[in-house]
Design a protein around this ligand. Structure first.
Ligand code: NAD
Length: 338
């Protein structure tokens, strides 16, 4: 049987992407189509789109950007499919891609516990100041002053978005003995725990000791945490964002931290992260003054979009992405096509 070759360009790739995708591809039983996967370091955006010339498919991650003109350019270069190796697709103009004849697949569900556990790690680290305690003890400093935390048991956590990750996070938080107030325009009827209650957004914001964001970035949720929302929250509240940076107005965050209204902030994502994250910038002068200001607060903990980064999740993402690319190559779209 003749074998067709389907050319794939993996943008923004890292060694762990290459390893996971190569393993997943080797496990996939080949049919009449063979994937020819090429790994490119740059992020896909309007400046780099020419690198996609002559590929059938581009495989993208969270900070690659496809706006309407990039979608048209991709189509002119012969690309007919975008395989996202992530869940969110706020970085892709979906209708412009469809208009340009480009189909899109994503990985809607993979180890949601990975991100939920990272949200809890941020809460515990910020609260019990593990990052500071680690450094103190390493330097022979056993002083406790400045490390005082609070008991998580019995606290109320506000969960915004009760999809796969929100629900996994609720399970973990319930294990710690927390009550949950949640907001989601599409409440999950299967949540029957008496300590988990849906409420309007304002009630969730004003009634929670900790607020954790688990909704997608859409026009409706952009800056859902702005100056007004912060003012509605309890004095000294902890805010956790492991979802998408654009959910939070960073300038409002800095103001809320300066006045002390926000007691703790844990971020795995940042509004302008595409110019910063996933690179070693330790020998560069970082030009983003807002980010630099944010990172100076003693009560802010930032990680560089690593919520998904567990062996299990990376492997699952790769397996589903390979399946999606084979589905596109064979012209058999599945339920993970947008
Ligand atoms: P999901 O689709 O299962 O759930 C999202 C939930 O948000 C849904 O229940 C939806 O009804 C709800 N929602 C929609 N609009 C809302 C609004 N205005 N207010 C409140 N809730 C709203 O998605 P998921 O798998 O749980 O992922 C959630 C988000 O986590 C993703 O969109 C992505 O941005 C982010 N994420 C981050 C990482 C990471 O590494 N940090 C990894 C994966 C996903």
């Amino acid at each position: 049987m003749p074998t067709d070759t389907y050319r794939v360009a993996v943008f923004s790739h890292k060694p762990y992407d290459k390893e996971a995708l190569a393993t997943a591809a080797s496990l996939h039983t080949t049919g009449p189509v063979r994937l020819d996967i090429n790994y490119l370091e740059p992020r896909l955006c309007s400046d780099t789109v020419a690198l996609a010339a002559d590929y059938d498919c581009v495989c993208l991650f969270v900070n690659d950007e496809v706006n309407a003109s990039t979608a048209r350019a991709l189509s002119q270069y012969g690309v007919s499919h975008i395989a996202l190796r992530c869940a969110g697709y706020n970085n892709i103009d979906v209708s412009a891609c469809h208009l340009a004849g480009i189909s899109i697949s994503h990985v809607p569900a993979y180890a949601p516990e990975a991100v939920a556990e990272h949200a809890m790690a941020l809460i515990l680290t910020l609260n019990r100041k593990m990052h500071k305690a680690y450094n103190r003890v390493k330097e022979g400093n056993f002083e406790l002053q400045g490390l005082l935390g609070f008991t998580l048991f019995g606290k109320t956590i506000g969960v915004i978005g009760t999809g796969k990750i929100g629900k996994a996070f609720i399970k973990i938080a319930r294990g710690f003995g927390c009550s949950i107030l949640c907001y989601d325009p599409a409440p999950d009827q299967d949540i029957t725990d008496s300590e988990v209650r849906y409420a309007p957004l304002n009630v969730v914001l004003s009634g929670s000791d900790i607020v954790s964001l688990h909704c997608p970035l859409t026009p409706q949720t952009a800056h859902i945490i702005n100056h007004d929302a912060i003012q509605r929250m309890k004095q000294g509240v902890m805010l956790i964002n492991t979802s998408r940076g654009g959910l939070v107005d960073t300038n409002a965050l800095v103001s809320g931290l300066k006045t002390g209204h926000l007691g703790y902030v844990g971020l795995d994502v940042y509004e302008m992260e595409s110019d910063l994250f996933f690179r070693d910038r330790s020998c560069e002068v970082i030009q983003d003054d807002t980010f630099q200001r944010l990172s100076t607060f003693h009560n802010v903990l930032i990680t560089g979009h690593q919520g998904f980064f567990t062996q299990e999740a990376v492997s699952e993402i790769a397996q589903i992405t390979i399946k999606n690319m084979y589905a596109a190559a064979n012209g058999h779209p599945n339920s993970r096509f947008l």
